[in-house]
Design a protein around this ligand. Sequence first.
Ligand code: TYM
Length: 337
Amino acid sequence: MTQVKARVLSGVQPTGNLHLGNYLGAIRNFVGLQQTHECLYCVVDMHAITVFQDPVELAANTREVAAAFIAAGVDPKNHIVFNQAQVSQHAELAWVLNCVARMGWLNRMTQFKEKAGKDREKASVGLYVYPNLMAADILLYKATHVPVGEDQKQHLELARDIAQKFNNDFNAPEFFPLPEPIIQGPATRVMSLRDGSKKMSKSDPSDLSRITMTDQADDIARKIRKAKTDPDALPETADELPGRPEAANLLGLFAALTDQQLSAVIGQFAGAQFSVLKEQLAEVAVEKIAPIGAEMKRLTDDPATIDAILADGAARARAIAEPIMAEVRQRVGFLGN
Ligand code: TYM
């Protein structure tokens, strides 16, 4: 059994409206990890269908997320970019893990509660067991590190619990490494531009709530100009940030986009009006995001090339996954290996 020291896996759902939170919380960190880790980046199309997706849009959104990875700087030759559905071992391992995870564990998942909303009876069964599929995505490759935004922390803890229980149940200590979350930078939880108490999300009905990766320069600037503020001048110290979510969000975004510590940015804008920060934030956001959006467009205009990249990535992912899956089958007691 070979295990590389440090293998990274992360996933992004192709549900449209890929936004600045996805970029700063996750995708941007994917890029840096390529220097030190073997990386697999997955467009998780099987996760997306836990909520109904129009099939034509799902295919287009899958290509768009792959394009975003590549446009942001992920190298699909030296690392692996693929879509989940092309590697059927994800579904296979997920089934085994459905039988390892406990109902009580899943009942605690806050994301399910949020997504299912009030009418839980109408949520798909897939949405409920989604965190088990996510654990399978990671464990199928024995990934050791998982770069994600803050909202995925609980799912990562569950993946660790599942790995541990599998190892115990099947008397296979250390078979699955316990994956470590990498949640880093000043923008691990980017908030809505319309409401600093809500996460920036793909599904918010207001387009003004988020900057998408394909927004044109003037849209980016307009959304930042219209972002919600509070009536006071910008804080002088970090102690003043609690209770001022809009200020915290815009300052955090500026820090992330300019690669600075939040404390330095607070110092830079201490006591200034929001308009001063917004003007500079619009400038750096356009400078960083618009070229990625343009490159995404160039890539998605050539779907055959993206499909070839995903097929090649899937073949290489399968080559890593299959021996691990074979060992899972054998440990569980399935005949036929
Ligand atoms: P998804 O598709 O909702 O989001 C993709 C990544 O973006 C991060 N993110 C944010 N970061 C900061 N601020 C925000 N407002 C924000 N919104 C989203 C997410 O934390 C995530 O890192 N379950 C995952 C996908 C997944 C996965 C995996 C991740 C499936 N399998 C295996 C890691 C490993 C999800 O729904 O992400």
